[in-house]
Write a protein that binds this ligand. Sequence first.
Ligand SMILES: Cc1ncc(COP(=O)(O)O)c(C=O)c1O
Length: 480
Amino acid sequence: MYERSSVAELAESLKRELNHYSPGGKLPSSRELIERYRVSPVTVSRALARLTAEGLVVTRPGAGAFRAPERPAPARAGDTSWQEVTLSAETTADGVPRAVDASGVLITLAAPPPGVIELNGGYLHPTLQPEAAMAAALARAGRRPGVWGRPPVDGLPELREWFARAVAPTSTAAEILVTAGGQSALTTALRALAPPGAPVLVESPTYPGMLAIARAAGLRPVPVPVDPDGVRPDLLAAAFRASGAKVFVCQPLFQNPTGAVLAPDRRPEVLRTAREAGAFVVEDDFARRMVHADAGPLPPTLAADDPDGVVVHVCSLTKVTSPSLRVGALAARGPVLERLRAIHVVDTFFVPRPLQEATLELVGSVAWHRQLRSVSAELKTRRDTLITALRTTLPGPTLTHIPAGGYHLWLRLPDGTDEAAVVAAALRAGVAVAPGRPYFGAEPPAPHLRLSFAAPAGPAEITEGVRRLRTACDEVLGSG
Ligand SMILES: Cc1ncc(COP(=O)(O)O)c(C=O)c1O
């Protein structure tokens, strides 16, 4: 494992020290740095590599490390203001705004400030990630013959086979495209299935990253409400009729953010309604491997119930491993597969082969099933810790649903609460929480917060996070 913080600390110390040397001046040797800072040789070489990448240091093999020569000052300060005009002027007839709003995605991707507890993260805390198994898989993958060669653009055949088995008993490798995680798969699906300007039905509330993809592609998200049994089929049928949409994006399992599972009697209704509207259902199966240890048997994918090619299935391995294991899959049958394949290859060519090979190594190792079991147990413990902390510490807000999978709880705030003020006060109190607003495609029916229990360091941090949230709520709602 890398000594992440000591690398960063040493790099910072060396940066401060650089002023003592003139440009081109020689820095202390690695041995001196190891002794002076009491760090390992790996830490020294990684810190120097970081400063080299930043252009502050140059290293010469056999001679040592030197302060980099000063960069020449620009002849004149550039004037980029012309770009404002160019970036906003409409040059096409489709009326699709060119600006892309990434804020909903960045909430769960950005690292919190130091000392702030991360109850808004979208991925596992590093201690829950299978770091050793991933490192071993990457090392084994690196030794596979041809690992740096071009992979087939649809993905490595064995990996497509592995994904096919997970999607449905009847799925075949030929129906799978390996993608760079779920985000890339959703982007390909939406671009393939709807032209700019078209409506797309989305659950309400739903994953802000998907709303961002839809808007960036010029689509018009039309919200269809979700209750504890998943999307409401009566409203789905009405939304198809009213909008003429040909796509519905659905998370049937552990929906983000509500945690709802689409009820067994609603599954055929959703498929039939879409089929009657001549529409596709994009099934975002992002949390299947985030099932909690106390959940009953999982329902099959919607794709498994659909022989007619209505469902375009999306899944990803990032949630149960690491945000950087950006490997996922699209599964579809019928002519739409050609459309998906064309967009996928035009946009990304293919997922880097070393990552695909490492994924095969990982999912084929004994560590894989151990990882699935330990994530499942850990998520259940953390979910229960968060629920207990909320019930004992935070009486005002209500939990509408206790999920049996996923990594978050959806909390309804008392009517009229200034949600943004709570989020800001929480950050001041030292805990980052996600506001409910970005999860709604239109005006929200009530204020909410989404609290993640996967990203904090452990149960103690979750409890402390809720205590800090209580301080914030008292500040905004009053303690009476
Ligand atoms: C519902 C849902 N779908 C898809 C994604 C995309 O994740 P990734 O691209 O890491 O697979 C996310 C990430 O938060 C998500 O919450």
